[in-house]
Design a protein around this ligand. Sequence first.
Ligand SMILES: [Zn+2]
Length: 423
Amino acid sequence: MNVFTDEQVAVWKSQLEQEHIISKMLSVIKVFKDSLIFDCPFEFGNEAETFIWNRETETFKCWNCGAEGDIIKLYMMMRSIDYPQAVSELSKKTGVTLETKPETDTVQLIEANKYAADYYKKQLKKNTAALNYLLKRDIAEETKEVFSIGYAPDALEGLYRKMISEGFVTDVLERAGLIVKVKNGTNAGNYIDRFKNRIMIPIYNTRKEIIAFGGRTLSNDKKQAKYMNSPETPLFQKRKTLFACNEGLSSDSPIILTEGYFDVISLYQSGIRNSAATMGTALSVYQARLLNMISDNTIIAYDADNAGFKAVMDAGLIFRQTGISGKALKIEGAKYPDEFIEKFGADRFIKAINTAEDVSDYIFNGLKKKYRQANSKESQMCTFAELARFVSRHPSSLKRSAYLSGIDTALYQLWLTKQIKEA
Ligand SMILES: [Zn+2]
């Protein structure tokens, strides 16, 4: 296992005087403009000058035996040592040190998460209640595999004990967010598993490494949060992460942005494989830019309730601030994408994708509808104020005038009355 990232090694290598190192290890026979020629150090008695160091690419190749690589590889081969050892020795010799501490740390956390994910997967196979829950949600075997879905047993220290027995240290498990220290009671000071009796869904980074988990409780206890994510760790910042379909997002089709991982999983299973989720927080500027980098077409498919509409309004604001154009999808007759597909099928959902509105229009029309459906004068005024604010602050003058003409007489009269009253 390498404890350095490619980027770190590349930076470090660029600081080394590689020609100096190689000419200390081998005697240079000839020097050309772009290469140094040596006898091959790996072929005893061969003095055919087939070993060439390319000064431009800083790599070697022997035309006779085929040995090739970079300075680290050469050092490894000459000294018969492994990669981390070669880096460490070269660091010492040259005085150019490769900072490894933080990276070693993240590598350890990633390893811990990987082990935990395997453990959760094994536990799922043993737990009937968890299996039944997934069955009830129509999660197929293949989907379970693709998303590495698992189960955290209802035990205080199931994972903790197992991982300690495997040689993991408490400190790493705590920093990975897998265990927590008990604050009060008889167990105070002890460590216990963070996730208990939950369906576990690993969250990956773009390098397909597990950086966190999302857990859906199977408990009926109302005090338990329905969904719980790993805490913020050196690996995981919620606002910088998108839960995305594990096959990777494609720029070929629009990205469907949902609120939860089960929406992504359900869409995946219905053949709609280009979706991502924000995992229970408002869309951040970072996430919006991330989406925009992948595809210029993002379609928001949030829950159909008030909270979902509010979330679309917040996302719309982020889109306008960052100059990203996006669309929003109407989920009529269901509470969320998952339920919509279950009720009406994937085809209807794809139809809805194709007729999704521009996110600003969606918000404008949504506010108008909210105004008409308001059940008190007060909430009506409130909604109108929201609408007026939305229209007046929209950065596009074209949109502003379109919305103004879209406000019907009743709305306008109400606004006018309010203005007169306030004057
Ligand atoms: Zn050779």
